[in-house]
Design a protein around this ligand. Structure first.
Ligand SMILES: *[C@@H]1O[C@H](CO)[C@@H](O)[C@H](O)[C@H]1NC(C)=O
Ligand SMILES: *[C@@H]1O[C@H](CO)[C@@H](O)[C@H](O)[C@H]1NC(C)=O
Ligand SMILES: *[C@@H]1O[C@H](CO)[C@@H](O)[C@H](O)[C@H]1NC(C)=O
Ligand SMILES: *[C@@H]1O[C@H](CO)[C@@H](O)[C@H](O)[C@H]1NC(C)=O
Ligand SMILES: *[C@@H]1O[C@H](CO)[C@@H](O)[C@H](O)[C@H]1NC(C)=O
Ligand SMILES: *[C@@H]1O[C@H](CO)[C@@H](O)[C@H](O)[C@H]1NC(C)=O
Ligand SMILES: *[C@@H]1O[C@H](CO)[C@@H](O)[C@H](O)[C@H]1NC(C)=O
Ligand SMILES: *[C@@H]1O[C@H](CO)[C@@H](O)[C@H](O)[C@H]1NC(C)=O
Ligand SMILES: *[C@@H]1O[C@H](CO)[C@@H](O)[C@H](O)[C@H]1NC(C)=O
Ligand SMILES: *[C@@H]1O[C@H](CO)[C@@H](O)[C@H](O)[C@H]1NC(C)=O
Length: 375
């Protein structure tokens, strides 16, 4: 019975095929490595230009790294298809734009890594309007200009990420941080701002970060920390590890408060290794070893040059006064001439008066007269 045999074989093949395709979505055949036991899918360095649409629904950990996504639109992840996805790594994908709602359809998302993407546009509504369960957000080397930093600040301040406990903003070349950026992150424990170009923290508020345990400010361009910032650090109950290494501390009078705080505080890691970068005579000096006599705070910081400039200034002022005086004299020369004449005349009258009296005194007859009358 050859016909029956062929039928059986065909059925078997179909069963095998159906079984195979039921367990293996297209994206798991070649583009991505899928492991159901590990609940992990990895699509690494495959030049993908979009998130594969048929990811298996068991996935908890998804790597889509080293591809060419370009932008992440609102429908990038299929709604309700990935209920367990909790770790999403999208680093190194040439992502420039992340649109509103792009990540709001992932109800279990806890960790997101967007590092190494040249982001220029990040919607504050990326995680939707309601609260997101996100706990870790990594944005190392991803913020390309100040506009995107403002978008990120708006997202954080909107209160959408109230469960965020770890925020990594290292390697971004940040110079100043938007005012109030961290005010709506009550669960934050670790904040990494290392390897940026932060010049100061005057407007940065760490108030309300009651859970903050570690703050990494190493490898920035900080020159001093002021009382207001130090007071905030003192007031954060959980803050135990502040990293301030590799900054450009300026050791003039303004650093006194920082030095005093360093000496008393046990919050700063490796505080003995912090050194002055300016002025030259203090270069390399340990901040912890500075005392009042090093800073000469009663006198201006650079006395000789200040004196020099003040002498030059005095000279210029005197020269100006002299020039104005001469000018006034010149403009008034007729009046002055007249005045000189008047004075001369007055003098002459006066002198003539004297002369007259002298002549009278010198007249012998009058002398006699007076002596006679005496007699
Ligand atoms: C990705 O594209 C680059 C350059 O366009 C090419 O050299 C590389 O082989 C591609 N990789 C894959 C996995 O297709
Ligand atoms: C994301 O993937 C990159 C590249 O493989 C890796 O360096 C990085 O550590 C990953 N991020 C997380 C949070 O695991
Ligand atoms: C930031 O980049 C975006 C997109 O390239 C641009 O529209 C915007 O003007 C830039 N902002 C600044 C401050 O450079
Ligand atoms: C934030 O965390 C708390 C406690 O783990 C949880 O009950 C809450 O649902 C989380 N919020 C969101 C928006 O997932
Ligand atoms: C520090 O950040 C710059 C970008 O601002 C980056 O090029 C450099 O690789 C980073 N250094 C380290 C050690 O990560
Ligand atoms: C510190 O910053 C400089 C300049 O951005 C960078 O070249 C260097 O790699 C950074 N070092 C560390 C340890 O981050
Ligand atoms: C700090 O805040 C004050 C007032 O809020 C503002 O005038 C000033 O420009 C801010 N400085 C920086 C560097 O953002
Ligand atoms: C802080 O950042 C520096 C430089 O990036 C790094 O070497 C160090 O391990 C970080 N420290 C903590 C506590 O994260
Ligand atoms: C900073 O605070 C200390 C005491 O906490 C005080 O002695 C010092 O004068 C303050 N410095 C400035 C510049 O206000
Ligand atoms: C201040 O430091 C210098 C050395 O830098 C030391 O000779 C001097 O005794 C110190 N003065 C006080 C009051 O500690």
């Amino acid at each position: 019975m050859p016909g029956r045999g062929a039928l059986c074989l065909g059925l078997l093949l179909r069963v095998l095929l159906v079984c195979g395709s039921a367990q293996q979505p297209d994206s798991c055949r070649g583009l991505c490595e899928c492991s159901e036991p590990a609940k992990t899918v990895k699509c690494v360095n495959k030049n993908l230009t979009a998130v594969p649409p048929d990811l298996p629904s068991y996935v908890r950990t998804l790597f889509i790294t080293g591809n060419r996504l370009g932008r992440l639109p609102a429908g990038a992840f299929p709604a309700q298809r990935l209920p367990d996805l909790s770790t999403l790594n999208l680093s190194g994908n040439h992502l420039g734009e992340v649109e509103a709602g792009a990540l709001s359809v992932l109800p279990a998302l806890r960790q997101l890594d967007l590092s190494g993407n040249p982001l220029v546009s990040l919607s504050p509504q990326t995680f939707g309007e309601g609260g997101s369960p996100l706990e870790e957000l990594t944005l190392r080397g991803a913020l390309r200009n100040h506009t995107i930093l403002l978008s990120l600040a708006a997202m954080l301040q909107s209160g959408a990420l109230r469960n965020l406990s770890r925020l990594d903003l290292a390697d971004n070349g940040l110079v100043v941080l938007p005012t109030g950026m961290f005010t709506a992150l009550p669960a934050l424990r670790q904040l990494d701002l290392s390897n940026n170009s932060l010049v100061g923290l005057h407007n940065v508020s760490f108030q309300g970060l009651a859970q903050l345990q570690s703050l990494n400010l190493s490898n920035n361009s900080l020159s001093v920390l002021r009382n207001s910032t130090l007071a905030q650090f003192r007031g954060l109950p959980a803050l135990r590890r502040i990293n301030l290494g590799r900054n450009t501390w300026v050791c003039d009078c303004a650093i006194e408060d920082l030095v005093a705080w360093l000496k008393e505080s046990d919050q700063v890691e490796g505080k003995e290794a912090l050194t002055c970068a300016y002025p030259d005579k203090m270069l390399g000096k340990a901040l912890m070893k500075i005392n009042g006599s090093d800073l000469n705070c009663l006198l201006p910081t650079d006395l000789p040059s200040q004196l020099q400039t003040s002498y030059v200034f005095l000279g210029i002022v005197l020269a100006l006064i002299g020039a104005i005086f001469l000018l006034v004299l010149y403009l008034n020369r007729k009046g002055i001439k007249k005045w000189m004449h008047n004075i001369r005349d007055a003098c002459r009258d006066h002198m003539e008066g004297y002369h007259y009296r002298y002549e009278i005194n010198a007249d012998p007859r009058l002398t006699n007269l007076s002596s006679n009358s005496d007699v």
